[in-house]
Design a binder for this molecule. Structure first.
Ligand code: FDA
Length: 303
């Protein structure tokens, strides 16, 4: 219910204009590494020093013009070049609506192809984020298409709240691929997604186990320590090697838990968003946790 209200109010143009005007001062800087790529790279260097890798996300989604999508593609090419030049341990995460998918699937496919081809050249990796359920089928189609040419350089996200995901996982796992498994951050109807958190949690564990069992490289992306504990018990009891999975968390959320996993020798990665277009991303972070709204309110009163 809280999630519905926050994501619903956030779509109101007046609210988005008001919040957008005050930039990162309204608490977004807790979750966003900076306005520029240089700032984000500095954050990644610090994470690397603490034995955590990163995945960089240039914030932005739902572009409405193809020239904006082309500019977004170019920013990802620049990001991959910068990662290679600075030798930071990071790959990139991309949203296909930022690449123009809501306007033209062909344009988004071409932009994605260019980014994954560059990742191949510089021996990096592109994670395709999963957006709301209008885009699930298209996203998986574009992923499979580019995966056929660059199997080592691209992976996709699967969301545990969707009923369809176990079937998607099974269909995609032959041959094995590279998945990030998340609970899901968008507002979805009960006809498509489990409305109750315990059901999402059960499906989350089932998906991670099935993904590992089928030989996929599996990024376990959650801040939920219960989920992490269950995955650790599963990998230990099924002799899953450490190089078949990693743990991921969002910048600004529970990084001490991730750092602890890194110190215990597990591969870890922080999702590091940067850029000026932080509004939609920030709202999803507030919607995930009611306490973040208090944090946001406090930042308003401090102004
Ligand atoms: P859950 O919501 O149960 O939270 C467990 C605990 O973590 C909470 O009790 C709280 O302590 C802490 N926590 C969680 N969220 C917090 C927040 N925002 N602020 C402060 N504390 C918080 N989703 C999606 O739909 N598509 C995608 O591509 C991605 N990509 C992605 C990458 C990575 C690396 C992560 C970690 C997550 C995503 N997500 C995502 C978001 C995901 O779907 C989900 O909304 C969040 O991870 C919150 O769910 P948890 O699994 O953390 O569990």
């Amino acid at each position: 219910m809280f999630k519905q209200i926050i994501l619903g109010v956030g779509n109101n143009p007046l609210v988005s204009k008001t919040i957008g005007q005050y930039g990162m001062q309204l608490g977004a800087s807790r979750f966003v590494a900076g306005a520029t790529l240089d700032e984000a790279i500095r954050v990644v260097k610090d994470l690397n020093r603490r034995h955590m890798a990163a995945t960089l996300d240039h914030l932005g989604e739902s572009v409405t013009r193809l020239d904006e999508a082309a500019a977004a593609r170019d920013s990802y090419l620049q990001m991959l070049d910068m990662i290679a030049e600075t030798h930071v341990q990071s790959h990139v995460s991309v949203k296909l609506t930022m690449m123009g998918m809501a306007i033209s699937e062909e344009a988004a496919a071409n932009n994605l192809e260019a980014i994954v081809a560059r990742a191949h050249e510089v021996q990096s990796f592109v994670r395709i984020d999963m957006e709301d359920s209008h885009f699930t089928t298209q996203t998986l189609r574009l992923f499979q298409d580019v995966w056929a040419r660059y199997p080592d350089n691209v992976g996709v996200v699967l969301q545990a709240y969707l009923y369809r995901t176990m079937e998607d996982l099974k269909a995609l796992s032959d041959p094995p691929k590279n998945f990030r498994i998340v609970k899901g951050a968008y507002q979805e109807p009960p006809s498509l997604a489990y409305p109750s958190k315990p059901d999402v949690d059960d499906n989350y564990v089932a998906l991670v186990e099935a993904s590992l069992h089928n030989g996929n490289y599996t990024a376990v992306a959650t801040h939920d320590e219960q989920m992490i504990g269950k995955v650790l018990r599963y990998v230990a009891s099924h002799n899953i090697p450490n190089d078949q999975f990693e743990f991921q968390m969002l910048y600004g959320v529970k990084l001490s838990v991730l750092e602890d996993l890194a110190q215990r020798g597990y591969t870890t990665r922080v999702y590091v968003p940067w850029g000026r277009d932080w509004y939609a991303y920030y709202l999803r972070r507030i919607a995930e946790r009611p306490a973040n709204l208090l944090f946001f309110a406090r930042s308003l009163t401090k102004r």
